[in-house]
Design a protein around this ligand. Structure first.
Ligand code: ADP
Ligand code: ZN
Length: 519
């Protein structure tokens, strides 16, 4: 009688499972552990809510999103399902009432914040209950290398281990292979099955362009494609968020800033307005978005490069939840590449941490410089295969031209070498172009053999060459503020002419908006 399908139809009022849900639910009902990687909006909640009803006892649901617990509990109450939550927002009396209900066996789902797991009183409470399952939501928070790390997640297993017979289900929308392994290890999942599903967001068009004048490019994008639409513009710094929000307002757009420096009430107000009003643009740092569910976001624009492919996927995934066409638009340039490389090198984490950061950044830069289908590479990153190019990304729509940059690369690399591997990109370009500057004279760089040998390209084109050399790891960036460039081990073959190098030809937009081609 109480089969999973039965509960889906009679308690939740849905007619059928989405592809992977049933198998996941049955895994947990039979008492096995599961790791569920499913994009936001995919339907993760049912994966633990249905087993919670099918198995005797109360399901303990760990979530860092305290602000959403009330909503979740209310939504379940609407369906006649008894759920409660324990977190710092409720009074002592309310907590006592919840505990009473738990002991009496009236509650099917209990949402808790992760820090509860560290308190002896919570452990004592659990000892008195019959537990149906442990569900760990936003399980990527266990990853010390990830952007949402919560120390409390490291300790969840200790308490769960006191209940070895209780199944565990870990759920998240973002996890590359490293993070997946970390989740399994930290939460001590046993006999677990992995479910990785449905990452393709086919209605989102991915586009990544070269940064020239960020503001003007954003304005052009909005005026041409989304003059009236809800969207999110991501920037790296608070200052830039403020600046861009003001700029868009001056240009007649309804735009509001959102970042951690704004104060709780203003943030809440801006978020509420974004959810409620039409055609509102939120300009935000990555502080914005976790747990936001607005179906008709038409575009996500990145003015700065995310730190990883996961972050990019998660942030762009806020567009087009309703299934209608949406655009993920991003611009990036040499400075972004240098800044992120420096951050990865200069962070004071362990060697392992730095290696992981570098690896993540390489994958992100690889996606940017890619000349083939972006979606295929994006999905491959999450372990999903797309057999054919998607037809709905910039590289599919207008395949980028490449050019043989071997000779240019050799000139650039030997200029780095001959000037002592400590100068930044602007000075290196001055040398290649044979400019007469104070600094050139100061270091007698007009006597270098590479002085003036690069006049066949202009400064912008050289910046593209350098950007791609840094992105591909042929040049390393100094951690110092000056961003001096050094040769990397892997550049040798190119430098010696043993390996050809093909780079993207960039499509430059001229001021008139016409496309012209530049190397
Ligand atoms: P996630 O936690 O993965 O972001 P949710 O669990 O919040 O996603 O589900 C997203 C939406 O999809 C919800 O509105 C939910 O009710 C709906 N949904 C989930 N599973 C089904 C299903 N089998 N049939 C119809 N709607 C579903
Ligand atoms: Zn494509």
């Amino acid at each position: 009688m109480n089969s999973a399908l039965d509960i889906l139809q009679h308690r939740f009022g849905y007619s059928a499972f989405r592809a992977p849900q049933e198998e996941i639910i049955n895994t947990v009902i039979t008492g096995d552990d599961a790791l569920v990687i499913m994009p936001t909006g995919g339907g993760k909640s049912l994966c633990y809510q249905i087993p919670a009803l099918a198995r005797p006892g109360v399901a303990i649901v760990v979530s860092p999103l305290i602000a959403l617990m009330q909503n979740q509990v209310d939504a379940l109450a609407q369906l006649g399902i008894s759920a409660a939550f324990l977190n710092s927002s409720i009074s002592h009396q309310e907590a006592m009432a919840v505990e009473q209900g738990l002991r009496e066996g009236h509650i099917d789902l209990l949402y808790v914040a992760p820090e509860r797991f560290n308190t002896p009183s919570f452990a004592a409470l659990l000892e008195q209950l019959h537990i149906a399952l442990f569900a760990v939501d936003e399980a990527h928070c266990v990853s010390q290398w990830g952007h949402d790390f919560r120390a409390d997640y490291l300790h969840l297993a200790e308490l769960m281990n006191r209940f070895p017979e209780v199944p565990r289900i870990a759920l998240t929308a973002t996890a590359d292979e490293n993070t997946r392994e970390e989740i399994v290890a930290r939460l001590q999942l046993r006999e677990q099955r992995h479910f990785i599903c449905g990452f393709d967001r086919s209605n989102i068009q991915y586009r990544i362009e070269q940064k020239q004048d960020g503001k003007r490019q954003l304005l052009q994008f909005l005026e041409k494609e989304y003059p009236q639409a809800a969207g999110v513009v991501y920037c790296l710094s608070r200052k830039k968020v403020e600046d861009i929000a003001e700029f868009l307002q001056r240009q007649g757009f309804k735009a509001l800033p959102y970042h951690a420096g704004l104060g709780q009430s203003m943030r809440q107000e801006h978020q509420d307005r974004f959810l409620r009003e039409e055609n509102l643009i939120i300009v935000a740092t990555i502080a914005f978005g976790m747990g936001i569910d607005k179906p008709d976001v038409r575009f996500v624009a990145h003015l700065d490069l995310p730190k990883s492919v996961e972050a990019y996927y998660q942030e762009t995934g806020r567009a087009g939840r309703d299934g209608a066409d949406a655009t993920a638009w991003m611009i990036y340039g040499l400075q972004d590449v240098i800044k992120l490389r420096q951050m990865a090198e200069g962070s004071n984490g362990s060697e392992q941490f730095k290696r992981q950061e570098r690896h993540r950044l390489d994958a992100m830069l690889g996606l940017c410089e890619l000349t083939s289908c972006r979606r295929q590479t994006l999905l491959a990153y999450f372990g999903e295969e797309l057999p054919e190019p998607c037809g709905n990304c910039d590289n599919c729509i207008t395949p980028p031209e490449t050019w043989d940059a071997s000779e240019a690369a050799q000139k650039a690399l030997s200029t780095v070498y001959r000037s002592g591997q400590r100068f930044g990109v602007n000075h290196l370009i001055d040398i290649l172009l044979g400019k007469e500057t104070e600094k050139i004279r100061q270091f007698s760089h007009q006597s270098l053999s590479t002085y003036g040998i690069g006049k066949e390209l202009n400064a912008t084109q050289w910046r593209n060459v350098f950007r791609q050399l840094v992105a591909q790891g042929l040049l390393n960036v100094d951690v110092s503020a000056f961003g001096g460039l050094r040769l990397s081990e892997s550049c040798r073959a190119v430098l010696q002419g043993k390996q050809a190098l093909f780079l993207r030809k960039e499509a430059l937009r001229s001021k008139s908006g016409k496309q012209k081609s530049a190397k």
